[in-house]
Write a protein that binds this ligand. Structure first.
Ligand SMILES: N[C@@H](CCC(=O)N[C@@H](CS)C(=O)NCC(=O)O)C(=O)O
Length: 220
């Protein structure tokens, strides 16, 4: 039996990308919760470069960076696929997954800033959401059709967290009337069985991010 381990911290959106991919593929794994304020020797050994979670360890070999881990999972356990079969559709899926990585970070910057920096991150976040609403989300249930794929996983790790961050910050970016496609997608995504059963607890998330925001405001 192949040994699959996953190192993470429960409120991490990057961790959840990996959890969702493993669950969708039906790959069993052992999970280890890391304390990022006191990183374990195992984490430092497995990710000496960035010292960050998530880390997937497959038969003793560590793989870091959520996007790279998703690629590894797709290649190691191809069924069911997270990328479309058609080469063009596959290229498009990779394009939007990269867009999520390049532009999605704005919502986390928004959370960790105030003043002008915060305003700029808010503007960037809105632009990112608008681009997806207008160019990537169609009438389909998920980004690439009827099944969850790599783009859904990449954006799930942004938008599910955005909903909580909006509550903590007391503002709303993803309004239903201005982003109807996003709203339909979020509903479909969160209701998908393997996602619904593998989401962090919303109340615990709220508490965690409220505390984090208070700490940041106390010493920005
Ligand atoms: N680009 C990385 C980001 C991972 C990341 O930022 N992880 C955070 C937790 S959400 C972390 O481990 N932070 C520890 C640190 O920065 O020291 C990925 O996609 O995996």
């Amino acid at each position: 039996m192949e040994e699959v381990k996953l190192l993470g911290t429960w409120p991490s959106p990057f961790l959840y990308r990996v959890i969702w991919a493993l669950k969708l593929k039906g790959v069993p794994y052992d999970y280890t919760e890391e304390d990022l304020s006191d990183k374990s020797p195992l984490l430092l050994q497995y990710n000496p470069v960035h010292k960050k979670i998530p880390v997937l360890v497959h038969c003793g070999k560590p793989i870091c960076e959520s996007t790279i881990i998703l690629e590894y999972i797709e290649q190691t356990w191809p069924q069911p696929p997270l990328l479309p079969n058609d080469p063009y559709d596959r290229a498009m899926a990779r394009f939007w997954a990269k867009f999520a990585d390049d532009k999605g970070y704005a919502i986390f910057i928004m959370f960790h800033t105030t003043g002008e920096e915060h305003e700029k991150a808010m503007k960037d976040s809105l632009e990112m959401l608008r681009t997806i609403e207008d160019h990537a989300l169609g009438e389909k249930k998920f980004f690439s059709g009827d099944i969850i794929g790599v783009v859904d996983i990449a954006f799930g790790g942004i938008v599910v967290w955005l909903e909580v961050l909006e509550d903590v910050l007391g503002m709303k970016l993803l309004e239903a009337h201005t982003f109807p496609r996003w709203h339909a997608w979020i509903k479909n995504f969160k209701e998908a069985p393997l996602i619904k059963d593998n989401l962090p607890d919303r109340d615990e998330m709220l508490m965690f991010f409220k505390l984090l925001r208070q700490k940041y405001l106390a010493s920005p």
